[in-house]
Design a binder for this molecule. Structure first.
Ligand code: NDP
Ligand code: HSE
Length: 437
């Protein structure tokens, strides 16, 4: 029986999942491959930490270079996360002509070009299905399944932690802090959960998907990114009143030869297909032109779903690159020299509907001044809602409004007018809305 030797960089949530999955499904994987998978070396940071898996003596090391310098290892699985030393270790593994599988979206969003080019020049494979949407095979769908199409948009929920938090807040009235703690305990969150709740992880993922879908380099720093820390229970309640749910949405749409790309909390009509996708589930809607609109839904984070995606790459690479027919596929699905940057549309030019929550004193004339500022900036109000009960508590009141479609620059102008008018008692919450007119 042939053997394929694996080296792991990291054995935390995802790395432990990989070890467990190989043990659990060894017989099936061996049958599919006609070869046995052997975990030869695993690097961790702290050798004294308790682990949920055990490996033979001598396999676990605290020296990551022992993994990439081991001449027997065929495939390096990088599940340590972060920028350095992951970037240098991956580049060194590629230089040593090892195939690499990674779940590290942070690294690919910032240094993908360099890593893709290195793989091409050494003719080695890079698997990164696990970097976006957990078990959902969205990288394969874009790169292989729809490779004959012109993809027009990629849209969806691609952070399990934020979706879990927003679902718990909406369905059970949990606090943000409680829901985040649960997401961390369940292994969904990043080592630094700021990356989740501030939208950065989602931006890493949409940068990867957009670059695959549009065969373009995406300058990560040009992506407009907002997280969910400004979304309060009042906004979630108001969304229900208006017939919407709030999700952290990633959007990458072609508009002629430019790209609309942003990450922000958004109100989605309850009847929309992805509105009911809750918990740590992810959903990616691909508008594939002649291939139609396809929505992929599945578990987007955690030990099991992520290790499932890692193993899909390991099996594919082992089948092609090691056992037989070479590996012709460049990581991006097109040679890196054929990839060129696409200009990104400034956020001020976005045209959509808006939800605005103003905090004001409940006094005569206040509503008229808000409506006046919006009108002055060509913004038409669609609905309005005020929680009158707050007045009894002698507190500032929240006034929630939704608008018809408006240009983001006009909305910003109206908010500036209101800030200068001194009627606002706290910063205004702005949430973009999908599906309005
Ligand atoms: P963890 O923090 O649970 O695990 C990281 C592992 O890497 C640990 O075993 C840690 O060692 C090891 N490590 C970190 N730095 C070093 C270093 N310098 N040298 C040696 N070992 C090191 O993270 P996750 O498993 O959750 O995530 C891993 C990667 O997978 C990240 O890129 C993440 O973004 C990505 N990912 C995570 C998902 C999830 O649901 N958790 C889903 C999809 C992708 P030690 O254990 O000793 O601390
Ligand atoms: N922290 C990420 C999430 C892990 O919650 O989606 C999966 O990429």
């Amino acid at each position: 029986m042939k053997t394929i030797k694996l080296g792991l960089l990291g054995m935390g949530v995802v790395g432990s999942g990989v070890v467990k999955l190989i043990e659990k499904n060894r017989a099936d994987i061996t049958r599919r491959l006609g070869a046995d998978l052997i975990i030869t070396k695993v690097a961790v940071r702290d050798l004294t930490k308790p682990r949920s898996v055990s490996l033979p003596e001598g396999v676990v090391t605290d020296d990551p270079y022992a993994v990439i310098n081991d001449p027997d290892i065929d495939i390096v699985i990088e599940v340590m996360g972060g920028d350095e030393p992951a970037r240098s270790l991956i580049l060194q593994a590629i230089a040593a002509e090892k195939h690499v599988v990674t779940a590290n979206k942070h690294l690919l969003a910032l240094h993908g070009d360099e890593i893709y080019a290195a793989c091409e020049s050494k003719n080695v494979a890079l698997g990164f299905e696990a970097s976006v949407a957990g078990a959902v095979p969205v990288v394969r769908a874009i790169r292989d399944g729809f490779s004959g199409n012109r993809i027009e948009s990629v849209y969806g929920i691609i952070n399990g932690t934020c979706n879990y938090i927003l679902t718990r807040m909406a369905e059970d009235g949990s606090s943000f802090e409680q829901a985040l703690m649960e997401a961390q305990q369940l292994g969904f969150a990043e080592a630094d959960p700021t990356f989740d709740v501030e939208g950065i992880d989602t931006a890493h993922k949409i940068a990867i998907l957009a670059s695959l879908a549009y065969q373009t380099g995406v300058d990560f720093h040009q992506i407009h990114v907002e997280g969910i820390t400004g979304v309060g229970p009042e906004d979630i309640e108001a969304a229900k009143e208006f017939g919407y749910v709030i999700k952290l949405l990633a959007v990458a749409r072609r508009q002629d030869d430019r790209l609309e790309i942003h990450v922000n909390p958004a109100m989605i009509p309850v009847e929309d297909q992805i509105a009911s996708v809750g918990g740590a589930m992810n959903a990616v809607e691909l508008n594939c032109g002649m291939g139609g609109i396809n929505t992929l839904v599945g578990p987007g984070a955690g030990e099991g779903p992520t290790s499932s995606a890692i193993m899909a790459d390991v099996v594919e690479i082992a089948r092609h690159a090691i056992l037989g027919d070479g590996y012709p596929m460049p990581p991006m699905g097109a040679p890196i020299h054929a990839v060129s940057p696409t200009p990104i549309i400034p956020m001020d030019q976005l045209v959509t509907c808006y939800y605005l929550r103003f905090q004001v004193a409940d006094q005569p004339g206040v509503m008229a001044r808000i409506a006046g500022a919006l009108g002055e900036c060509n913004i038409s109000i669609a609905t309005m809602y005020q929680n009158g009960r707050q007045r009894k508590a002698n507190k500032p009141v929240s006034v929630m409004m939704t608008t018809h479609t408006a240009c983001e620059a006009d909305v910003k102008r109206a908010l500036d007018i209101l800030i200068k008018s001194n009627i606002l008692l706290a910063p205004t919450t702005l949430i973009r809305m999908e599906g309005g007119e």
